[in-house]
Design a protein around this ligand. Structure first.
Ligand code: SF4
Ligand code: SF4
Length: 462
């Protein structure tokens, strides 16, 4: 078995942040010009953007983030929902409501309960789930997770089906990642929480997650096992330096690119939220202005990596963020185990959500904002993962599939779950965006497929 080691050089990060303070205006301009060409940025270039506080630089960063979002992702926002299957956890993470010191009735869903949850999620129109579970090898083993995935994929209700199951479970072995790959994992998601080792060891008080290196090298083992879509993230506000965390993300991404030829498929940007039983006084909450900078700089640095936000963010912040580069968001979410079928149940929550609108209200709102809510899972279904996905993304051709698939899945959603008023709005959005498909043949195919959907065909994608 290969041994993977720590690739975050603490002193290098500190030196980079210190020396970057001296970056000249000319150099910053050149870095921003490079970002504007969608070329992505090196960790050194990112450090220079992190350490400038000049208003004109920050304004230009926002403008370029908006441009990248428009150019690469267009107006689509991909929808997903989390599904919490177990809140058993052997770890004591000081910031999380599921931590083992928090006393509440722990739950693990039975397969029947999972079917019940999935039925509700399918009735909301979701096609893409993020399966979430705490770490407990006894009460929530890898076999249980595999059984959950199989149950989810097998559960069809009306025209509803889950077409991609992303999985967010604790760092594990190559052997277990191989099992997840075999059963059809979408993206393997794992947040580093903080790249700052001293903070990491302080906030992870006890349990296997306390091992910084083992957690940090999870994606190495996942990629060795053949999982080529991995999604990273940090919990902003855990450490006292958000700049350090962004550089940590960049070094992690570079390490994966250098070692496996492909970096993060997605980056999630949660920030500290209150959770039951936790005292947040020792943390470093991120204000809104800083948060917008964080998302924009990540957008410039890794233009082809999806950025995900959850319902931790309220509707106003979500509105700002979708302009600056967020490409995926959850909607109608419950962060309780069994929460969709028993929203009133009084179990512990991992964190508190801020956007409690229903999935359809969020979808309508995205359309009213002039954007296209998308339920697309085509890349996964077509085997466009890992470097095959990145090739398509970097060539710029991803746009030729994302918008068409977005429009077709929106039509499918409206027909299956919308009333007449909703369908009219969806049709207006589709008509408005159809001319934006540049390729004549693709546009003609989508027009034909939209009719086929009206005639009852489903699951049409490019
Ligand atoms: Fe458990 Fe994850 Fe919460 Fe830590 S963050 S207590 S590992 S569920
Ligand atoms: Fe995502 Fe691929 Fe669909 Fe585009 S075509 S929205 S990248 S799954």
């Amino acid at each position: 078995m290969k041994e993977y080691g720590n690739f975050i050089d603490h002193q290098y990060v500190l030196d980079l942040l210190e020396h970057s303070k001296e970056t000249s205006d000319e150099k910053i301009s050149a870095i921003l010009d490079k970002a504007e060409r969608f070329d992505g940025l090196t960790p050194e270039e990112v450090a220079a953007l992190l350490t400038t506080d000049k208003k004109e630089h920050i304004q230009r960063i926002f403008k370029i983030a908006d441009k990248i979002k428009q150019h690469i992702y267009g107006d689509r926002i991909v929808m997903f929902a989390p599904l919490y299957v177990s809140d058993y956890c052997v770890n004591h993470c000081s910031y999380c409501g599921f931590n083992c010191k928090n006393k509440f009735q722990r739950t693990r869903l039975t397969m029947d309960e999972i079917r019940e949850e999935v039925k509700i999620l399918e009735a909301m129109g979701h096609k893409r789930l993020a399966l979430e579970a705490g770490e407990d090898p006894v009460n929530c083993s890898i076999d249980y997770i595999l059984e959950c995935m199989k149950t989810i994929y097998d559960m069809k209700s009306g025209n509803g089906e889950i077409r991609r199951v992303n999985v967010n479970i604790a760092s594990t072995t190559v052997e277990n990642y191989k099992k997840l790959k075999e059963i059809g994992i979408g993206t393997y998601i794992l947040f580093q929480e903080t790249y700052h080792k001293e903070t990491y060891e302080r906030v992870h008080i006890a349990g296997p997650k306390k091992n910084y290196e083992y957690h940090l090298t999870a994606f190495d083992r996942a990629m060795e096992a053949g999982i080529d879509d991995v999604g990273g993230g940090v919990l902003f506000g855990l450490s006292d330096d958000w700049r350090y965390e962004i550089l940590g993300l960049m070094l992690h991404n570079k390490h994966l690119e250098d070692t496996f030829g492909v970096g993060f498929h997605t980056i999630s940007v949660p920030r500290m939220c209150p959770a039951e039983g936790n005292d947040l006084s020792g943390f470093h909450p991120i204000d809104d202005a800083t948060f917008l900078r964080i998302v924009s700089i990540i957008r410039l640095a890794v233009p082809f990596t999806g950025i995900i936000i959850s319902t931790r963010e309220n509707s106003e912040m979500r509105k700002e963020l979708i302009r600056l580069g967020v490409s995926q968001m959850s909607g109608g979410s419950s962060v309780d185990v069994g929460g969709y079928s028993k929203r009133e149940r009084n179990t512990g929550s991992q964190f508190v959500t801020s956007d409690d609108r229903s999935a359809q209200d969020i979808i309508r709102w995205i359309m009213e904002e002039g954007m296209v809510p998308s339920f697309c899972t085509a890349c996964y279904r077509k085997g466009r993962t890992g470097d095959r996905f990145m090739e398509l993304a970097k060539s710029g051709n991803i746009k030729n599939v994302c918008l068409p698939n977005g429009l077709m899945t929106l039509k499918e959603y409206a027909l299956d779950y919308g009333d007449e008023q909703f369908q009219n709005l969806a049709n207006q959005v589709i008509e408005k965006h159809l001319p934006n498909i540049q390729n004549d043949k693709v546009r003609a195919l989508v027009t034909e497929n939209l009719k086929k959907l009206e005639q009852g065909q489903r699951d049409l994608f490019l």
